[in-house]
Design a protein around this ligand. Structure first.
Ligand code: NDP
Length: 449
């Protein structure tokens, strides 16, 4: 990735900063895309003339709302809810909801902006959006989570619909939260509209493989990258940050493909288990008991827990950041490369800082950016919508085969686009350009909207 942009793109970027003050993550996500687009505007000047970049960077609609709720002691709390409907050129708005105390408009806009291009890469008919709240689910009872989700949906429902906007999960939003939100949507609207949310439970319209999809898909993408170098996961030592939904199913698929994951983490610390992470136990701790990853040492006394530790210091062949944005900086990237890492695949959204990305690209190691690597989650959400629309449910094997094919198509598209635009092996350029071209062409066809 070059840090240079043409004067025209630099002006566009400065204008975006001015119009969206203080939203640093959004600025970062926009800059990363703009840095790839110079050659596209030279080849297709109509995209510049029609101000496609300026239009894409301005959300079609931004909704901010109050979410009042009561805790178990009867105390009242007020949170802020967001839904940024960024782009609907390719289909209904689609993108997850994040519940985390760090959420503010800048985080939702960075995620929504990335989602436009990611969804375009899947080749499926879905637009881009993201939403969430600064609500902190940690330490809350089931009843508190339910009351919060019901209050959140009581406002959000009026903006949703299977042909309008279809949310899913993200950090802090899994099957339990989607269930409460679907129940409230159904109750308010008096409609059993399965296709209005994805990530639903299997007994009421969910899809097999959706839970596993982001992690599995990310591993498929890295497998495809390794294949270009005639390598595979077999025998590789891997590290995976996080221990939530994406991390867990990333670890599961790596183990299935013959790799060994020796470390994972949460926001408090890192677990290192040289024998290979005991995933059943991690699932028990995180999915069933909802405890901290530190509890891993209760069963595995030979594993090491490093409070506040840096997972990227651990030597590995493959690193997969699966926790959150900007969790891997320039120094971390240098350490990974120095320690012999051959591939990095992002399960999380924008986990690597711009300096980190530069280090990876200059080193020539395989580097799969999140908007391509983690697209399997939203792709399988689109498959869930297909099943809902046809009142059908597919088998695990069939759905997983579809996911694997979609990931291999995304890889091929990014790989070939990077070559076509003169930067072979640069998946950042490949993903940004291919995603942008799809959305840009659709917008051109629809006139000035
Ligand atoms: P989960 O809530 O299931 O897990 C998040 C994990 O990341 C937890 O281990 C959490 O630790 C850690 N984490 C979250 N925030 C921070 C933080 N600020 N600092 C350090 N660690 C943190 O979320 P998901 O697994 O669903 O999401 C993980 C990433 O993957 C996110 O970037 C998300 O946007 C991305 N993603 C998710 C998709 C999905 O289908 N779920 C699809 C595509 C991308 P702790 O418990 O300590 O907070």
């Amino acid at each position: 990735m070059s840090t240079q942009m043409s004067e025209r793109l630099e002006n566009v970027y400065q204008e975006i900063i001015k119009r969206n003050p203080g939203e640093v993550e959004f600025h970062q996500a926009v800059r990363e895309v703009l840095e790839s687009l110079g050659p596209v505007l030279v080849k297709y000047p109509e995209l510049a003339e029609q101000k496609i970049i300026e239009r894409i960077a301005e959300p079609e609609r931004q909704i901010i709302f109050r979410v009042p709720w009561q805790d178990d002691k009867g105390e009242i709390h007020i949170n802020r809810g967001f839904r940024v409907e960024f782009n609907s050129s390719l289909g209904p708005y689609k993108g997850g909801l994040r519940f985390h105390p760090s959420v503010y408009l800048g985080i939702i806009k960075f995620l929504g902006f990335e989602q436009i291009f990611k969804n375009a890469l899947t080749g499926l008919p879905i637009g881009g959006a993201k939403g969430g709240s600064d609500f902190d689910p940690k330490g809350k009872s089931d009843n508190e989570i339910m009351r919060f989700c019901q209050s959140f949906m009581t406002e959000l429902y009026r903006h949703l619909g299977e042909y309008t906007d279809v949310p899913a999960g993200d950090i802090g939003v899994g099957g339990r939260e989607i269930g409460y939100m679907f129940g409230q949507y159904k109750r308010i609207t008096n409609r059993y509209e399965s296709g209005v949310l994805t990530g639903k439970g299997l007994h009421y319209g969910g899809s097999l493989v959706r839970t596993e999809a982001t992690g599995y898909g990310a591993v498929y993408f890295v497998s495809e990258m390794l294949r270009t170098k005639k390598q595979s996961f077999g025998g590789k030592t891997c590290i995976v940050s996080g221990s939530g939904n994406v991390a867990i199913y990333t670890i599961e698929k790596i183990h299935e493909l013959g790799g060994k994951v020796i470390a994972c983490s949460d926001s408090n610390g890192v677990i290192i288990d040289k024998k290979g992470i005991d995933l059943d136990f991690v699932k028990q701790i995180k999915e069933v008991e909802r405890r901290r990853i530190k509890a891993y040492t209760e069963k595995h006394s030979d594993a090491i827990y490093q409070p506040g530790g840096k997972i990227w210091d651990i030597p590995c062949d493959v690193a997969m950041p699966c926790a959150t944005q900007n969790e891997l900086n320039g120094k971390d990237a240098e350490k990974l490369v120095k320690n012999g890492c051959v591939a990095v695949g992002e399960g999380a959204n924008m986990p690597t800082t711009p300096e980190g990305i530069r280090v990876f690209l200059e080193s020539g190691i395989l580097y799969g950016p999140g908007k391509a690597t983690n697209a399997g989650g939203v792709a399988t959400s689109a498959l869930e919508m297909q099943q809902n629309a046809s009142r059908d449910s597919w088998t695990f094997e069939y759905t997983e085969k579809r996911l694997a094919k979609i990931m291999s198509n995304i890889h091929e598209l990014c790989f070939e686009t990077a070559e076509e635009f003169g930067t072979p092996g640069n998946y950042v350029n490949g993903a940004n350009i291919a995603g942008f071209m799809n959305v840009g062409q659709a917008m051109l066809s629809m006139g000035l909207i």
